[in-house]
Design a protein around this ligand. Sequence first.
Ligand code: SFD
Ligand code: AMP
Length: 626
Amino acid sequence: MSAINPRTKIVDTDILVVGGGMSGSGATWEAKFWCRGKCKVTVVEKSTLERGGAVAMGLSAINMYMGMRCRENTPEDFVRYVRNEFFGILREDLVYDIARHVDSTVHLFERWGLPIWVDEKTGCYQREGRWQVMIHGESYKPIVGEAARKAADEVYERVMLTHLLLDERVPNRVAGAVGFGVRDGTFYVFRAKAVILTTGGATLIYRPRATGEGLGRVWYAPWASGSGYAMAIMAGAETTSLESRLVVVRFKDGYGPVGAWYLLIKTRSTDLYGEQREPLPQDMMERYKSLYGKYAEAKPTPTTLRVLAVIEDLMKGRAPHLMQTQERLTTQEAINEGFEDFLDMTISQVNVWAGQNIHPQQRPSELMPTEPYIMGSHASPAGMWASGPADIAPPEYRWGPNRMLTVEGLFCAGDICGASGHKFSSGSFTEGRIAGKSAARYVLTQARDYRPTISSDTIERYKEVVFRPMEWYEANKGVTTHSAARVDPWFDINPNYINWFQFMTRLQKIMDEYVAGWSTYYQTNEPLLNRALELLQFLREDFRFVGAANLHELLRVWEFYHRMVVAEAVTRSILARKETRFPGYTIRADYPALDDEKWHVFVNLRYDPRTGNWDVYYRPVIHIID
Ligand code: SFD
Ligand code: AMP
């Protein structure tokens, strides 16, 4: 290394938790408990524990709570609900496992100081809908993050991890991870017996609707960079259900969520001509039944179909879809609830109201389907393929400790674990607890005598790889059009390097136009997907020309590298499922109907880190709840 000479810090630990968001906090907290002083737990977060992750801005509801102490729901009820949501494609063992433990997590949050609304008549939590409870949640993440901070043996913040390390002696075994300090440029090497990936989902793989003004404003967190998926894929772990990208209907431009408006405040939404889409009109329902079979009739209407109805209105010129807020904001209580919903969770929506003179008490607000996100915790099951719990997982779903991926010693939770969505914030923390407990048992038993083998050559090689974009920039900055290009990456023209912004723009254009982004109304077909793979290959080749002027840009570069890896996996997964299973999310225009006889299976992928080849696996869907 010439111009850049970062110092190296090597950290030895037993359990490495990558990401300190909802699931990472749960994993840290629970792992520490089960270690009982006999193993070390280290958490690494690219921002801070108190404001890291999707819950950084706060939330207004906890979307997964059974209410078993009030006899409201059972875990079995929840599995049936999620089964309908995902048109039958789910790992019931994983969903059930979270459902049976989630209530205790919510009670912990309350004990730690999170204000949860209580229904004075029943003494139970105030429901938003059947599965959701209301909170005053601006400070949700600081409360949860504090628990992780107090539990962890060591906390590294402002450190972004970029690659997992595989053991050099034991095949297919994780040995740690590397990354860099985003503030001081230290090169970090973590050696561990178990690694838990909890880095959340992926936004900005697809071109967002805001491309100039409000650039980067998206519903899910803009810093959700798909790092955990990418690192696991690059290490050879199996993926699942990546063809099911999440698209949700949101208040236009501010991306305010709709749940509280429909379920708590009971607001209607309509197309431009006042026609409601819930319940679906008869003609729409008949058409959906002929295309998607029995799933179309599920109650409540599956999210994919609610989204599809809005997309079709857009296509037919019946837009804008409107949330008729003025019909319900007629009492002070409803006004308070409506405003608090956004002030707790998506302040930008209130800014849009203020900036565009929208009085929600007087006129409706436009709704819009988002660009696609890759997530395993909301109403989509995208993610990694994990081993299930010993007591309920069938043998096909159990090859190691609970939540271990197909790479030995590597665990997942939250958005990263696939085929088990609808966990939201509470379920993600719960799954983190499950993975943390499982990893603690693993390092104290099976992996007790394991010592990571990582050579100093490997460490030096990764150091070069990680900082190469800064080296490349230093070597070529003399011929740029803008010496202060950092301020305006659009106009930074250089014959030898591209910056992170240009790399991002190219990725988003490919994904939007070829892989079912919003500009094609979420539709694609086989030739488009194959062309996308070709263009992604060129993009991957050009990664060697990406330059980073400083550490902040280096962070952006690696975030978009991770997104590119996920983009390729998503494209290959959509290609591999020759039907339309999740219609409001991804439409295969060449196979527009659902085909349960042939395609009641998981679509999984594996990238081989030695050969660079991808394989597709079709895994069985086994239903274990009646
Ligand atoms: O209404 C690295 N979510 C909601 N959940 C609810 O329970 N209720 C709601 O009301 C929810 N709504 C909602 C939600 C999210 C957002 C953004 C909005 C509204 C506007 C969903 C939950 O937030 C979500 O399910 C969980 O947070 C998922 O948890 P997890 O742990 O999988 O992801 P995370 O919390 O984002 O944490 C990831 C962490 O990893 C860090 N990280 N660290 C080091 N190195 C790297 N390479 C890293 N990459 C990432 C991140 O910084 C982060 O801290 S509603 O709309 O549905
Ligand atoms: P959202 O605000 O859209 O993220 O939704 C929050 C929660 O409410 C999630 O659990 C959704 O599945 C659920 N939800 C949102 N809208 C509806 C609806 N119209 N019917 C049933 N459930 C909904």
